[in-house]
Write a protein that binds this ligand. Sequence first.
Ligand code: GDD
Length: 438
Amino acid sequence: MLQVSHRDQNTLASTKAIILVGGPSRGTRFRPLSLDVPKPLFEVAGHPIIYHSLKAVAKVPGLREVILVGYYDEGVFRDFIKDASLQFPNLRIQYLREYKALGTAGGLYHFRDAILKGKPERIFVLNSDVCCSFPLNEMLKLFEDKDAEAIILGTRVSNEAAPNFGCIVSDSHTKRVLHYVEKPESHISNLINCGVYLFATECIFPAIRTAIKRRTTRPRLVSYPSSENLETSFIAEDDEDSQRPEILRLEQDVLSDLADSNRFFVHETRDFWRQIKTAGSAVPANALYLQQAFQAQSEELTPPSASIVPPVYIHPTAHVDPTAKLGPNVSIGPRAVIGAGVRIKEAIVLEDVEIKHDACVLYAIIGWGSKLGAWSRVEGTPTPVSSHSTTVIKNGMKVQAITILGKECVVGDEVRVQNCVCLPFKELKRDVSNEVIM
Ligand code: GDD
């Protein structure tokens, strides 16, 4: 934690945080789980994805206000905000809804009056779909040390994975960002944008305004490369959405301009970082947050024992037979019932799931209210720790590495489900592998 003097408290009090939560149409790769819950509220390590970002924000000294910006319906975050406000009483949390998707900078600009209320000097901007240790205080320190206009959180990935992200070329000595390219076509750097920023308010809003002016005088001819269309190989040159002048992306429209100033710096984290895009990516995110909680000796986790290989989270209302063996990296949701002799490893079991005796669940997500029969086996394939993908190549074909059962699926006794994605309400009576069950 930063040590802060009384004088600094006042300065730090003028920092706010914005979490970009996106909206329903963006959750398509998170299917089938996003059919039943908005992605930011999906639970990993016992808490909604955005709870983990809020927890980090709550540790920034003097930060009092968090604004979730997105285009989900008004009511979607109501209960979450109510609960989170009790857990983080030092934070005022509100949700501001864009009338339609305005892009990562468009929403910020649209709500600039609300954001600038109280005259904050700095704003943190966090993508909601990343899992990391959020070293916000280190970013704040770099911001102060360099008298910066902007700080971006960066991490190193393999050269192969880098073009799926925003790439940063920096001066390794001064940490200054020299060049920024969003999802470049050829290799420029393996230091990538983690989707976490700290901006001086006096700099970011004028920078967005400049981008708006440029868009009006010089509209784009091709669409933005988003990871959505990279994944599906769909290059939307005539995609109406990306052509709308009100859509503004921080990454494509603003960050490369900031790199032209000499007050844009990168804080490179060596701690964990992952994107949460596909439903399968919730499994590594669950593991990473559980490991973080274990290192912090969190009392939320179940103590290690002969049948608990840490880290494991079991909701207090779940019932786990003492002969079941769980872990590592397992979360068990509310009211789940886990029978005798069950084995669960690297998995998320959601609320009201029932798993009968001697079943085995590995590298999988078991959807709300699903039922697994006795001696059944639901399993995915482990992905390398360093991988930023949740698919693997098998017999020359790309297959899902994590097996996912949607809400209220039923797996018969002794049935084996391997590397599959199963839509809600399906009943599996025979063995299946490498299939999407619709
Ligand atoms: N409020 C709001 N409005 N949020 C949005 C909108 C919008 O119109 N569009 C996207 N978001 C949110 C998403 O919910 C997500 O949290 C974040 O902004 C980024 O989403 P994408 O636009 O899909 O970008 P990306 O994930 O392909 O790439 C971004 O994140 C990577 C790190 O995860 C870029 O910032 C990359 O440079 C970066 O490497």
